[in-house]
Design a protein around this ligand. Structure first.
Ligand SMILES: *Cc1c(COP(=O)(O)O)cnc(C)c1O
Length: 375
């Protein structure tokens, strides 16, 4: 099956009891045993639930992994994944990553004896030099949040195999429609399903997709042990959103290209960060590993940020991304406020940086609205 067929059909079959074409929401905590020591397929909804399983199966198929796991948020998927590590382990991570991930890595996990090195993951030698005897994991976000930097996943996968280090890619921005990290040798894919996979700004969720039986067992053991699972209704919403993923991503991207080109030519705009622009420093890598560029555009504004934000009507000032509604946010005070100011500046996140999540509106209306803000 091709990708768009999989988004409609993967993980789903008509309900055997009623024929319902929509996977039922099994809003239940527990499942009655057949007999002494004879549970049915599911016994308790933290451990597994049929609605969640349908979503998990779909996610595994779409990413090309062996199993998928659905979590209560992107951060709960990420926290659970980091529990694969133990006291004394070391992690190499990209320096411009989602603010919440940075906070977990810089401020929470070090208290439990896990060490982190934050790097620009654009040079093989620099990465290899950062590897220590206790390095157990490399964490990549590509394209990254909020600067849309891209990392060569084939290189990361190769380093991981050579040095026996687990590699993880946060694929929230690209989605499997545009990028499949597992094809490049990455071991684990994580998502905030809150964003494009659900796509309607009405759920908080996360996912992990694994590539081996051992990783699947370990992630499920941790999900169940930590209690970080997704709820049945939230799973159903993401499953529903997935059906239209290809159609939505095409539309997001078409609008985003037009917006990026408009901003690129605008005299009051400094730098535009969009993987689909030939001026993007990682354009060659984008061409090599992605089949599209996504719907997020960031840029440095020359004029006053507050005035810009107040003048627009369509772009709502809000965190998050990947929904039908276009959103604008100021990374330094919003999505990346949880990063220390020095870490932000080192990563290139200035006070003039604006991030746009381009929605599904008519692009001419979006450009007119941006024009009001900028002019
Ligand atoms: C939003 C986001 C997260 C965190 O996900 P939540 O669902 O908000 O917990 C992680 N990574 C990236 C790239 C994100 O954009």
């Amino acid at each position: 099956m091709r990708f768009s067929t999989k988004t409609v059909h993967a993980g789903r079959k008509p309900d055997p009891y009623t024929g319902a074409i929509s996977t039922p929401i099994y809003q239940t905590s527990t499942f009655v045993f057949d007999d002494y020591n004879e549970p049915k397929e599911h016994d308790y909804s933290r451990t597994s639930n049929p609605t969640r399983s349908a979503l998990e199966d779909a996610l595994a198929v779409l990413e090309g992994g062996n199993e998928g796991f659905a979590f209560s948020s992107g951060m709960s998927a990420i926290s659970t994944t980091l529990h694969l590590l133990s006291l004394g382990d070391h992690v190499i991570a990209s320096d411009d990553i989602y603010g919440g991930t940075h906070r977990l890595f810089a401020e929470i996990l070090p208290r439990f004896g896990i060490e982190f090195t934050f790097l620009k993951l654009d040079d093989e030698e620099t990465i290899i030099n950062a590897i220590k005897p206790n390095t157990k994991l490399i964490w990549v976000e590509t394209p990254s949040n909020p600067l849309l930097n891209v990392t060569d996943l084939e290189m990361i996968g190769r380093i991981g195999k050579e040095y026996d280090i687990l590699t993880v890619a946060d694929n929230t921005f690209a989605t499997p429609y545009f990028l499949k990290p597992i094809d490049f040798g990455i071991d684990l894919v994580v998502h905030s399903t809150t964003k494009y996979l659900n796509g309607h700004s009405d759920v908080i969720g996360g996912a992990v997709i694994t590539t081996t039986k051992k990783l699947a067992e370990d992630i499920h053991f941790l999900l169940n042990g930590l209690g970080t699972n997704a709820a049945p209704f939230d799973s159903w919403l993401v499953l529903r959103g997935l059906k239209s993923l290809p159609a939505r991503m095409e539309h997001h991207q078409k609008n985003a290209i037009a917006v990026a080109e408009y901003l690129y030519d605008h005299p009051k705009v400094d730098d535009v960060f969009y993987p689909g622009l030939e001026s993007h420093p990682g354009y060659d890598i984008v061409k090599k590993q992605m089949t599209g560029y996504g719907g997020i555009v960031s840029f440095n504004l020359k004029s006053d940020v507050k005035t810009f934000l107040n003048k627009m009507d369509l772009f709502f000032l809000a965190e998050s991304l990947g929904g039908a509604d276009s959103l604008v946010e100021h990374a330094a005070t919003m999505s990346h406020a949880s990063m220390a100011p020095e870490a932000r500046l080192k990563a290139g996140i200035t006070n003039q940086l604006i991030r746009l999540s381009i929605g599904l509106e008519d692009v001419d209306d979006l450009i007119e609205d941006l024009g009001k803000g900028i002019d």
